[in-house]
Design a protein around this ligand. Structure first.
Ligand code: FAD
Length: 493
């Protein structure tokens, strides 16, 4: 630890955000960087505590105290070398990770945690600008070929690791662009798509082949891949949205959040609105919030992204409703630890304006005589303990205006069409939640087929997808070669 008193002298300082009045007029990234000197000062707040819980709090096992120290010592190249041993894509996690490492930071017991996520982003952006991020071209090829289905963070991380081990990797993606939810889903104001393209270009130079518009199970049979490749990794995400069964749910003006969000990603990239993020023809190519009374149904990340996008569309009003009660706004009083994820999370989108309602029961979608959505009937859920059991009562039933409802109520499991049937026919099973089942080595019941990311663990986080991709790659290497030199991180999921 370079500066033992850093945490006593220096306050946590996050990077500036662009002003709300400016940023709601475009889709450029909101969060910026601190200066190099400020970042070095932030890194000195790390106490290098005996047991760095941050290291374990990170699903990738990032070696955080060491890279903090290197940054403080102005040895940025070394910081990059440390960070890139555990994380293939710090430019993604440094922008959009909810940073479980910070919730685990020991300094967080009585002071704001070290700004780890920001330091991570600063390291990788400096690495790109200094030309340290160079393609890793393996000296020797093993002669083994691996197909990766899905190009989200799990598939990309696995591809990078498998290529590093000397295998020839082909990534198949059903959408017209590479990146999974990083590309189509997460808004540009959180993650500019040039950041995804920049990484994919490096991976192409490393020798990885990318094939888009390839919907395995539909445009190409899975059997072709299992015959032609030594192993297949399925990293297809968890993209089946949960629907709302309330009366009137066939009204015109109700859309899944992903249709709305992916259309804006495409507009920003000047890509014609023909096929959606799944490569399927859009049923409606003009889902736009301008002048609409928008209600976002669901209080999570996807819902927040709909709020931010609706603000940029200049909606007449935006309300976000959530069935769960409002979480506490501060840490629980009886524990010194920050209690994320049970703490109220606000995103930059909420700073831009929206009404958030908690404990809400959606009773009915009300439509006009043309079948168009006009308003919602909602009520407050009151939770009562009765005979030791929690009971719900819905009170204060009322109408709120709504001519655009965006369903952001979560995702059930990986898609159960096309590929799924061919996987099950090959002996790959689903678990009780409908995700694809794999053992602790990420191997399915068909020994040639491995599973990683949201397709295995259900809807999760980018950092977990990268972690799963890396672990699956290590296990595939072990399966094919009998040994592996790929770095591993054992952490319970
Ligand atoms: P995905 O990113 O879903 O990628 C799977 C890919 O497989 C897709 O490109 C899909 O088209 C492709 N595919 C599927 N089937 C086939 C097939 N048959 N053939 C070929 N290709 C196929 N996490 C965070 O950490 N921070 C955030 O801020 C955040 N925001 C989010 C916002 C939204 C709107 C959503 C929906 C999710 C968000 N998440 C966030 C979650 C995060 O994006 C996911 O957990 C992560 O992307 C999962 O990675 P994955 O690689 O497993 O799957």
């Amino acid at each position: 630890m370079g500066k033992p008193t850093g945490f006593l002298e220096i306050e946590r300082k996050l990077a500036p955000k662009r002003a709300v009045s400016e940023r709601v007029n475009d889709y450029k990234e909101i969060e910026q960087l601190n200066s190099i000197a400020e970042t070095e000062a932030q890194a000195s707040r790390c106490m290098d505590c005996g047991t760095p819980f941050c290291h374990n709090g990170c699903p990738l096992g990032n070696i955080i105290p060491e890279f903090n120290d290197a940054v403080y010592e102005q040895n940025w190249k070394y910081a990059y070398d440390i960070l890139s041993t555990t994380n293939n894509f710090p430019e993604f996690t440094g922008r959009i990770c909810p940073a479980p490492c910070e919730s685990a930071c020991v300094l967080g017991i009585n002071k704001p945690a070290v700004a780890i996520e920001l330091i991570e982003k600063s390291i990788i952006e400096k690495a790109y600008s200094e030309g340290w991020v160079v393609p890793f071209i393996p000296k020797k090829r093993t002669g083994k070929k691996i197909a990766v289905i899905g190009s989200g963070p799990a598939g990309l991380a696995a591809a990078a690791q498998l290529n590093k081990a000397g295998h020839l990797v082909t990534v198949y993606e059903r959408a017209d662009q590479i990146g999974g939810l990083l590309r189509y889903g997460i808004p540009d104001f959180k993650l500019d798509k040039s950041v995804v393209t920049r990484r994919v270009e490096v991976m192409k130079q490393e020798g990885i082949t990318f094939i888009t518009n390839a919907n395995i199970g539909t445009t190409e049979k899975l059997a072709n891949l299992t015959n032609d490749f030594d192993a297949v990794l399925v990293a297809t995400g968890s993209t089946t949205p949960r629907f709302i069964t309330a009366k009137g749910n066939d009204a015109i003006g109700i859309y899944p959040a992903m249709e709305f969000l992916s259309q804006q990603n495409k507009r920003n990239a000047s890509i014609a609105l023909e096929v959606n993020h799944k490569g399927e023809k859009y049923a409606n190519t003009d889902i736009h919030a301008k002048g609409k009374h928008v209600v976002v149904i669901g209080g999570g990340d996807t819902g927040s992204d709909c709020v931010g996008t609706s603000n940029r569309h200049k909606a007449a009003s935006i309300t976000q409703i959530e069935v769960m009660p409002k979480p506490p706004v501060a840490r629980a009083e009886n524990t010194p630890w920050p209690n994320w994820p049970n703490m109220l999370r606000t995103s930059t989108s909420h700073d831009e304006g929206a009404e958030r309602l908690w404990s809400i029961s959606l009773q009915e979608f009300i439509k006009n005589d043309k079948g168009e959505l006009e308003s919602l009937l909602i009520g407050d859920i009151v939770y009562n303990m009765k005979d030791g059991k929690m009971e719900q009562e819905v009170m204060n039933i009322r109408k709120i205006p709504c001519d655009l409802a965006l369903i952001a109520a979560g995702f059930l499991h990986t898609d159960h069409t096309g590929l799924f049937d061919q996987l099950t026919a090959m002996g790959v099973n689903a678990d009780e939640r409908g995700n694809l089942a794999a053992n602790a080595s990420y191997q399915s019941d068909n020994e040639k087929v491995f599973i990683a990311g949201d397709a295995r663990r259900g809807q999760s986080l980018v950092v977990w997808a990268i972690s799963e991709g890396r672990e699956a790659a290590r296990n595939i290497d072990l399966f094919l070669m009998g040994k592996t030199s790929l770095e591993g991180k054992s952490i319970s999921s």
